[in-house]
Design a protein around this ligand. Structure first.
Ligand code: ASP
Length: 268
C-alpha cells in the first residue's frame, strides 16, 4: 500500500508539473484509490446491514466554488467521477441513491459488472470485522501551477452501517472543502465530523486569523470532544501542507516543489 501511495503521489506530481488542474489531479488520485481495493472506498468497501455496498464521494473546485457529490450510490466503479459529473452536468450539488446511479448510467460512467467478485476487503480489515465500527476514507487535495486549489473525498463509510446511512464525506463543508485559500479533505467518524461543523470550520478559522495547523487541531479536538476521532489533509494557496490526525494512524502522502514524495501511516 505504501508503494501504491508513493507511485500515485509521484504520478500526480508529474501531472501538476505538466500543467494539469488541481481539479483533474484530485479526481485522478481518488479514482485510482477507489479502483485499487486497498482502502475503504470504491472496490475496498464492506456491505451495509442490508447486505449491499453503498458509497459516498464529493469533489470541490476552489477557483469556481463548484462542487458535486453522490451519496449512498451503488454499482459504480468511481463514485468521485460521478460526483464530478454532478458538478459539471447538473444544476445540483448532490445526487443520492437510485437517482445517482441512473445519472451515472446516463453519463456512461463505468459500472461494476459483478459486485460479488468485484468488492474486496481493504488492507488491514478481516471478514469477522466487517460488522464492527471500522471505517476509512480516501481523499486528495492539490494546488496547481495557476494557483487553483481542489479537494476530493470518497468512502465506503462505516462498516456495519444501516442501509441509507450517509456520513460526512459527500457533504460539502463537512468532508470536503476548497476555496481560494485552502483545499481540505477529512476522514474519521462521520457523525462526529458533521456535528463538529465539518472542515469548512477550518477555512473560516483561518480567515479569522488562525494558522492552518491550529485551525485543523481545533476542528479535530472538537471531533474528539464529541466522541469521535479523525484526520485532515489540507493545502493552502501558499503551498503549506497540513496532515494531522487524532486517530491511531492515517495513511498519507505528500509532495511539493520543494520536497520529495513522503509516505507515512503513524507519527514520524
Ligand atoms: N468519514 C467516513 C464516514 O463517516 C469514514 C472514515 O473516514 O473513516 O463515512
Amino acid at each position: 500500500m505504501e508503494k501504491h501511495l508513493h507511485e500515485l503521489t509521484a504520478e500526480c506530481e508529474s501531472r501538476l508539473k505538466a500543467g494539469a488542474s488541481a481539479l483533474d489531479v484530485v479526481e485522478h488520485a481518488v479514482a485510482d484509490m477507489e479502483r485499487s481495493g486497498l482502502y475503504v472506498a470504491g472496490r475496498g468497501s464492506a456491505p451495509n446491514t442490508a447486505g449491499y455496498i453503498e458509497l459516498d464521494a464529493s469533489i470541490m473546485d476552489g477557483p469556481t466554488r463548484n462542487a458535486g457529490a453522490v451519496a449512498a450510490i451503488t454499482g459504480v466503479v468511481n463514485p468521485v467521477s460521478v460526483a464530478r459529473r454532478v458538478m459539471e452536468e447538473t444544476p445540483h450539488v448532490m445526487l443520492a441513491g437510485k437517482g445517482a446511479l441512473a445519472f451515472a448510467r446516463e453519463q456512461g460512467l463505468e459500472e461494476v459488472a459483478d459486485p460479488d467478485s468485484y468488492y474486496v476487503l481493504p488492507v488491514g480489515v478481516y471478514e469477522d470485522e466487517i460488522y464492527e465500527q471500522k471505517h476509512g476514507t480516501v481523499g486528495a487535495v492539490a494546488l496547481d501551477q495557476s494557483g487553483g486549489l481542489a479537494a476530493a473525498t470518497s468512502t465506503g463509510g462505516i462498516f456495519g452501517k444501516l442501509e441509507g446511512r450517509i456520513g460526512d464525506t459527500p457533504l460539502i463543508g463537512a468532508g470536503t472543502w476548497a476555496d481560494d485559500d485552502i483545499a481540505i479533505s477529512c476522514t474519521g467518524m462521520g457523525e462526529d465530523i458533521i456535528r463538529a461543523g465539518g472542515v469548512v470550520t477550518i477555512a473560516y478559522m483561518i480567515k479569522a486569523g488562525a494558522t492552518p495547523a491550529a485551525a485543523v487541531d481545533d476542528m479535530l479536538a472538537e471531533v474528539k470532544r464529541l466522541g469521535g476521532d479523525g484526520g485532515v489533509i489540507a493545502v493552502t494557496r501558499d503551498s503549506e501542507i497540513v496532515m494531522t490526525y487524532n486517530s491511531q494512524g492515517m495513511k498519507r502522502a505528500a509532495v511539493s516543489s520543494g520536497k520529495p514524495v513522503t509516505v507515512a501511516t503513524f507519527k514520524d
